[in-house]
Design a protein around this ligand. Structure first.
Ligand SMILES: [Zn+2]
Ligand SMILES: [Zn+2]
Length: 270
């Protein structure tokens, strides 16, 4: 039997076999789902136990391994290349990160491609703009203006930062895993005593909350009430009648508020 015929036969046998109800398959799938769920829960527990928002933690851990793949392969792959060229690179935060961690050769490739792709359009804009400036009458000026606007549209950054976009998808996945994990009583208890979600991830989670997820609302209301009370104390001590009272934690409420919004210590570099 030729190689092709053999492969075809194997393929037919495989598809027949996979269509047969097979004793034990369901239980194996269930066991594998259970194993996967328990691994997810362990990962989520580790993130909850750390300082700050667990989803921010999981996203930044994912981003660290994402950098490796980006600088190994994806930096030169089609859709990713188009994205960073169309966006003129990355957002400020991710540009700073790339400047710190990326290898020199790959960074040179990325930025040389961005510049070479946009330079012809900028040169075209310069020529079109010159025509606008030199237009002799209103009709010519209007026509030149339209050409300038058209070229400008081709130049301005479009789309999102590649890493912001993938972080958003990762966050949605981690939020779904977290909500699933909160069905476990132990994890729920752990979460209720943790820093909880940052405001950004709370807003992303809020659409998917059901009756089992009241921990999110309880946690966020508790934290914001605490911050509000601390601010009241801060402003009270700013009043000339009480300004001689000893200063305390209320003086740093603004840092804790910003950290709650940011998902990590607002004073830390990480
Ligand atoms: Zn967060
Ligand atoms: Zn970004």
């Amino acid at each position: 039997m030729g190689k092709l015929a053999l492969l075809r036969t194997l393929h037919v046998l495989k598809s027949r076999y996979s269509n047969q109800p097979h004793e034990g398959t369901d239980s194996r799938i269930t066991a594998s789902n259970r194993r996967q769920r328990s691994l997810n829960n362990e990962r989520i527990c580790r993130a909850i136990k750390q300082e700050g928002c667990p989803v921010c933690r999981l996203c930044s851990a994912g981003l660290e391994s994402g950098w490796f793949w980006f600088f190994s392969e994806s930096y030169a792959e089609g859709s990713g290349v188009n994205k960073y060229i169309d966006h003129w690179g990355f957002c400020n935060e991710h540009t700073k990160m790339i400047a710190k961690i990326g290898p020199k050769w790959q960074k040179s490739v990325i930025y040389s491609w961005i510049i070479s792709s946009h330079l012809p359009n900028l040169e075209r804009l310069q020529r079109t703009h010159l025509k606008f400036v030199q237009a002799r009458n209103a009709i010519a000026r209007r026509a030149a203006r339209r050409s300038v606007d058209k070229v400008v549209l081709e130049i301005v950054p479009t789309g999102d930062c590649l890493f912001c976009e993938s972080s958003l998808h990762a966050a949605q996945r981690h939020i779904a895993e977290l909500l699933e994990a909160l069905n476990d009583v132990e994890i729920r208890r752990l979460y209720e005593n943790s820093d909880g979600l940052c405001m950004r991830h709370f807003f992303e989670a809020i659409g998917n909350l059901d009756s089992r997820h009241s921990a999110h609302l309880i946690g966020i209301i508790r934290d914001l009430r605490h911050l509000r009370d601390n601010f009241e104390e801060f402003f009270r001590k700013e009043d000339y009648r009480y300004c001689d009272e000893p200063k305390g934690d209320e003086q740093t409420t603004w840092i804790r508020s910003m950290s709650k919004f940011l998902g990590r210590n607002a004073h830390s570099d990480r």
